[in-house]
Structures are given as C-alpha cells and as structure tokens.
Design a protein around this ligand. Structure first.
Ligand SMILES: [Fe+2]
Ligand SMILES: [Fe+2]
Length: 259
C-alpha cells in the first residue's frame, strides 16, 4: 500500500478515564481540553469512573462535604459538555461503564428495588448522555479494531501489571483503566497499558493512605489501516508534551531547543 493511501486511512482515538467528578483535577482537565482541540480525534472513549457518585457511595462520607447527588451530576454534565465542545463535530464519543457509575445501579437495587426498571434512574439517563451526543456502553469493556478498552475490577500493585495480567488472560492488546496507575508492558505484538487517571491525585478521602502512588495520563491511538500506534501521554504537574508542544492549563506552547 502506498504511503499516501495509508495516511488516508489514519484514524485517531483518544481515551480519557477516571476523572471522578467532583474529585477531578481542574487544571489537568484544562490541559487535556487544549490537547483534545489540537488532536482532533475521530473517536473519544470516556473510560469509566468519570463521575464518582460519592454522594450515594456506601463508604463513610465526610459530613463536612456538602455534596448531593444533583450537584454531583450537574458538575459531571458540565465537565462532559466542556470535553465534547472541543471535539470535532464528527467525533464519536463512547462512555464506558466504570465501577463508580455502577454505584447508581447498586443504590437503586438496595434502596428502591421496585424502581430498577425506571429508565430515568439509569446512569446514562441521569447524566443526560443522549442530549450530549455521547453513546453509553453498558458494560465494563469494549473492543475497537482489535484493541480491548476496559474498566474491569482488577488492580495490581504496580503500573502496567494489571493490564499485563488481563491482557495475557485474554491474549489481546489492552488499554486498562481503573487502577489510576500508569505503565506499559509489551509481549511480542501485544501491548498492555494501564492508563492512569485524570482525578486529583490526593483526594481528601485518601488522606490516611500516605503519599499517592497514582499518576495522571491519557491515551492517543493512531490507527493506520488496522494497525494501532499507541502514544500514552503522562501528565506531570498538569502539563504534558505532544507533537513538539507543551500543553498547559493556560494553553499550548511550542517547544524550541536552547541554543
Ligand atoms: Fe477510578
Ligand atoms: Fe474504577
């Protein structure tokens, strides 16, 4: 195939995950929005745990946090709107179910099981995804062009290990979310990525657990024909580099060499 034809078949997918509104990192999200606008993805996968659903969690909550479900949903919708607003109109957006989105389903099952069938109580309806043009994926993983994108309930100690274990179980290339850790293991043609997070690295509910071992990152996959090319973007102190540029909460700067 000629180089020209290969270029024509190029398709860009971006995956962002574990934003955990209202425990999101606002500055990091600003940098990511600048990146999304610049990268012009054809597809965006929201990889689960976009909303925390802290207000309906069964874990003990800090009573000083005046959080309510309505406020949490509104804050999440604002984040979703802002993310969608910087994408090309033709970009297809999918939203993968995370364990935090599942909190809503569990809450309804535990507190009002008779209402489990009410569509308006489903996570995708409550977040108004249809109106935002976001396609909900009602399971914890999806596949696109031979790559598995997952938010499964598995988390190992080190970045890359969880994806490696899942990827070898399923014998396929995987970009895994959920662990909030970042790492890459390669085995032959297979790639296994843990894809970090975009939330606050030290949220107040984690204050007793010592220094954070989480890290922020997101994924860019350029499919040239059927071949995926992965660029995982580690975020350091809200900033990252891509394509010779520095992306910051305040905008994009071109990197130039010191003379
Ligand atoms: Fe998460
Ligand atoms: Fe998760």
């Amino acid at each position: 195939m000629s180089l020209e034809k290969l270029m024509m078949k190029h398709e860009r997918l971006v995956m962002v995950n574990d934003i955990h509104v209202p425990f999101h990192d606002e500055l990091t999200l600003e940098s990511v929005k600048h990146g999304l606008k610049y990268m012009k993805p054809d597809r965006l996968i929201l990889g689960g745990d976009i909303i925390d659903f802290y207000s309906i969690s069964h874990f003990d909550k800090d009573p000083s946090r005046a959080l309510n479900l309505e406020g949490e949903i509104e804050a999440t919708q604002t984040v979703l709107e802002e993310l969608v607003s910087v994408l090309p109109k033709s970009c297809k957006v999918s939203y993968l179910l995370g364990n935090h989105e599942e909190r809503l389903q569990k809450y309804v099952h535990n507190n009002a099981p008779e209402l489990h069938w009410v569509d308006g109580l489903k996570w995708n309806q409550m977040l108004g995804l249809h109106d935002l043009g976001i396609h909900p994926v009602n399971k914890r993983w999806m596949e696109y062009k031979g790559v598995m994108y997952s938010h499964l309930n598995r988390a190992n100690k080190y970045g890359g290990y969880t994806a490696k274990n899942l990827g070898t179980d399923f014998n396929r290339t995987i970009v895994h979310t959920h662990t909030h850790k970042t790492g890459h293991v390669r085995h032959g043609d297979l790639h296994f990525y843990d894809n970090g997070c975009l939330c606050d690295l030290q949220p107040e509910y984690m204050s007793g657990s010592g220094p954070s071992v989480w890290s922020q990152a997101f994924m860019v996959v350029d499919y040239v024909g059927k071949q995926p090319h992965f660029t995982q973007i580690p975020i350091e102190d809200h900033n990252y580099t891509f394509d010779g540029r520095l992306f910051t909460p305040n905008g994009i700067g071109k990197l130039t060499k010191k003379k």
